[in-house]
Write a protein that binds this ligand. Structure first.
Ligand SMILES: Nc1ncnc2c1ncn2[C@@H]1O[C@H](COP(=O)(O)OP(=O)(O)OP(=O)(O)O)[C@@H](O)[C@H]1O
Ligand SMILES: [Mg+2]
Length: 243
């Protein structure tokens, strides 16, 4: 299949932040095989933002998990910053997850018995900062997302929008080059959605590349330069957002 969007390495040798080529992820459960991603090819330039839209089951979360190094492809390649993720051993892949890529999940995935501050500190746990530096950085990022007065709250004592802001703080505290957000507003009311949209816009404006999975086309248009629509694990439409 012809790639939908294929940017060759530029003459000056600088490659895009992300180069995904012919990515395939098959799941087999018993006799059945599900092809969640099928020969998917896409690039993302540094500092750019990309929205992934498409029906439930079209492969969006599968793609994010692969980009995050949480899963391995059946075939095809993912290059981030010029390095093929497949060539990284477990330790290198863990370092990639710990320092280069931030992930925001739809269901927040906060640790319930830890405070907001401790949850955000966990975003730095594998980078090797000292304890006091971790705490200071976590505190600063929580203030940045507007939760300076909620740092000692546990997730149960936070609203949905506040939980999502903690999750964003946990992803941002490591200062990633790539931020992956899987339906970050999927569980939120309209007002909290607007808060999160502002926060993601500020993140994007600070130069962090963003890949946003969403069912909210207005959010996709307002945050992202490019919108890709997936169907059965393939890109069926690619368009530039009108901003
Ligand atoms: N661990 C798994 N084992 C088997 N099949 C899976 C697994 N994970 C995902 N799939 C299948 O892969 C396909 C893509 O799933 P994926 O979660 O990527 O969809 P999605 O686009 O994120 O959907 P949604 O919008 O509902 O979140 C689906 O058909 C799903 O059933
Ligand atoms: Mg999903």
């Amino acid at each position: 299949m012809k790639p939908v969007h294929d940017t060759p390495t530029k003459p000056d040798g600088t490659s895009p932040l992300l180069r995904v080529r012919n990515l395939v992820r098959r799941y087999s459960s018993g006799a059945n095989e599900v092809v969640a991603l099928s020969e998917l090819t896409v690039d993302l330039e540094r500092g750019h933002s990309l929205a992934l839209v498409g029906r439930s089951g079209s492969g969006k979360s599968t793609l994010l998990n692969l980009l995050a190094g949480l899963d391995r492809p059946s075939s095809g390649s993912i290059e981030v910053n010029g390095r093929d993720l497949a060539s990284l051993n477990r330790k290198e892949l863990a370092a990639y997850r710990a320092s280069e890529v931030g992930i925001i999940f739809q269901a927040f995935q906060l640790i319930p018995h830890r405070t907001a501050l401790q949850n955000v500190e966990l975003g730095l746990a594998f980078i090797g900062n000292g304890r006091s530096e971790r705490t200071a950085r976590a505190q600063a990022v929580l203030e940045q997302v507007g939760l300076g007065d909620r740092v000692q709250h546990k997730p149960d004592a936070l609203s949905g929008g506040e939980k999502q802001r903690v999750a964003i703080a946990r992803a941002l505290v490591k200062n990633p080059t790539l931020l992956l957000a899987d339906e970050p507003t999927g569980n939120l009311d309209r007002e909290s959605t607007a808060d999160i949209a502002r926060l993601l816009a500020a993140t994007r404006d600070s130069g962090i590349s963003l890949i946003l999975v969403t069912h909210d086309l207005d959010l996709a248009e307002s945050l992202c330069e490019t919108i890709l629509e997936l169907e059965y694990g393939r890109v069926v439409q690619r368009r530039e957002a009108v901003r």
